[in-house]
Write a new protein. Structure first.
Length: 262
């Protein structure tokens, strides 16, 4: 469901009602006559929908985390806020960039439209920038020939499954974050779809090696062995970017996470 399009349709409909009433219908009614209920409600909703549409389209947008691919950074049920303008100002609905601002950096947690199905929103961490050579061999991340620094931390406990997973502190650029690596899962990665610039990637028993094309990004989940990401369905084009996640504003099951972003 394209919520932006639905919101835009309501904005146009209520805006037309408000404009007709303000500039034409009101002048034709007898003095003291009340507005018809459909005009009153439609017109009163217009400024509210306008404010929501503006905030959601150009400033911040709320999202809910539906899966565990970004554990331990983001948990299932986290409600997050996404900065909509940090990667450039885009026209709502059609998502066309009209003003260049910043570009994604390694370590950013980005929301984007899922390349195989743009009606879906995904969230992953930006690992590779345009022109980067990304290798993920034997569960080790290598960027442009340099192995990414990581340090062992205390194991992560999944309270629901009562299962411990090795946790590491990884450094991507200036960003330090936690990742999970399950030693019992296989390192073999197989592509599950044919994607643009598929020839830029080579797969083998050790893992994957990809050259990131211009205008695209390589993303991965922090829960490395439980994430469907660029290793499987390819690169994220710049036009699919929605924004940068920066704040957890609610989680019904973990109230202590409110206001955090680790």
């Amino acid at each position: 469901m394209n919520f932006s399009l639905i919101l835009f349709v309501f904005l146009v409909a209520t805006g037309i009602l408000w404009g007709l009433n303000h500039f034409w219908l009101r002048k034709k009614r007898p003095a003291g006559a009340k507005d018809p209920w459909w005009v009153e409600y439609g017109g009163s909703f217009f400024p509210v929908i306008l404010a929501v549409f503006f905030l959601r389209s150009f400033l911040v947008e709320p999202f809910k985390i539906p899966s565990g691919s970004m554990i331990p950074t983001l948990l299932v049920g986290d409600f997050i806020l996404v900065n909509k303008f940090t990667y450039g100002i885009r026209l709502p609905v059609i998502n066309k960039k009209i003003i260049e601002l910043n570009t994604p950096q390694r370590g950013d947690v980005a929301v984007f439209r899922y390349p195989p199905d743009p009606s879906l929103d995904y969230i992953k961490r930006v690992v590779g920038l345009p022109g980067d050579q990304i290798m993920y061999y034997n569960k080790k991340l290598i960027i442009n020939g340099q192995e990414v620094k990581r340090e062992k931390m205390d194991d992560y406990l999944d309270a629901a499954k009562m299962y411990y997973t090795p946790r590491f502190r990884e450094t991507l650029g200036k960003v330090e974050h936690s990742i999970l690596i399950d030693p019992e899962s296989t390192a073999l990665v197989r592509p599950i779809v044919d994607f643009p610039y598929r020839d830029n990637c080579q797969y083998n028993a050790q893992g994957i090696s990809c050259k990131v094309p211009e205008g695209y990004y390589f993303v991965m989940g922090d829960n490395r062995d439980n994430s469907q990401d660029s290793r499987y369905w390819g690169f994220v084009p710049d036009q699919n970017l929605v924004g940068k996640a920066f704040f957890i504003w609610f989680n019904f099951g973990h109230l202590q996470r409110i206001g955090s972003f680790h």
